[in-house]
Design a protein around this ligand. Structure first.
Ligand code: ZN
Length: 268
């Protein structure tokens, strides 16, 4: 599988134009940008630069956050942006409970209802929606926490199953799902629905709930096994490096970060 750079990985060091240039220099052919960076550079300019450098967009981060007041307008805009960039999926971080609420089950139902509401627009734009389950420690950011839960939602939203390109699917991020005893079986179940594969590593002594992801090979995730399961389930896209690392990788020379990502690929 080829490498893609999720731009969160070097977001403290580089702007998007520098990231696009960096990928091209390092021979990394995939790129998954974040919407704030696209907005800063300009949508059309981003599209042109990506094309000029011969990169493939592997996803757009992110839509979702369905507990926000303006969730619908924002998600429709995100779908349009993903369409313009030719992204194979809009990644959804689905959001948690609204302020003051402790009702997790109705929050989860609401997430499904909101996705159902934007799904026709996503289909029309040819932009599949990728539900990314987040580790349970991040339930306040995303109340979908296992691959099983995400696939159940896909089945409820598209009861006929995923034929051809699905309208809704999942993004498998190893950081969020590696611990799950049902992971192998659920990845196999996800055939036709896997729209993205995100890699990094889990450091045993995590110092920060959000921003202490490890570089591939520095932690305890069995990346080769998960990659094999994902490939066996028919996924043939990129493996996208996504590292949030306040204390380490965001402090390093970004060229060193990209070089290290490439060097570690045989361990993935
Ligand atoms: Zn991810």
């Amino acid at each position: 599988m080829e490498l893609s750079l999720n731009t969160a990985t070097v977001r403290k060091q580089w702007n998007l134009a520098q990231m696009i240039d960096g990928c091209a220099r390092h021979g990394i052919r995939g790129l998954s940008p974040w919407r704030d960076q696209v907005a800063a550079l300009g949508l059309q300019k981003t599209r042109a630069l990506i094309k000029e450098h011969g990169l493939t967009v592997t996803g757009l981060c992110r839509g979702g956050f369905f507990a926000e007041k303006n969730w619908k307008d924002d998600n429709l805009r995100a779908i349009e942006e993903a369409h313009v960039l030719g992204a194979p999926a809009l990644i959804l971080v689905v959001g948690g409970m609204p302020p003051g609420s402790k009702d997790l089950s109705s929050c989860r139902q609401r997430i499904q209802d909101c996705i159902a509401e934007i799904l026709p627009e996503a289909r029309k734009a040819g932009v599949p929606l990728a539900i990314e389950p987040l580790h349970p420690m991040q339930v306040t950011r995303a109340a979908v926490n296992t691959l099983e839960q995400a696939l159940d939602m896909c089945d409820a939203l598209e009861p006929g199953g995923a034929q051809g390109t699905p309208g809704v699917g999942v993004a498998v991020d190893v950081y969020h799902v590696w611990w799950d005893p049902k992971l192998a079986g659920q990845i196999a179940r996800g055939r036709g629905r896997i729209l993205g594969y995100h890699i990094c590593d889990w450091l045993p002594a995590t110092r920060d709930l959000f921003n202490d992801r490890g570089m591939m090979g520095d932690g305890v995730i069995d990346l080769p096994s998960i990659r094999k399961w994902v490939e066996a389930a028919g996924y043939s896209g990129f493996q996208e490096v996504e590292i949030f690392s306040e204390l380490d990788w965001w402090r390093r020379d970004p060229d060193e970060v990209l070089r290290t990502c490439k060097e570690r690929l045989p361990k993935c």
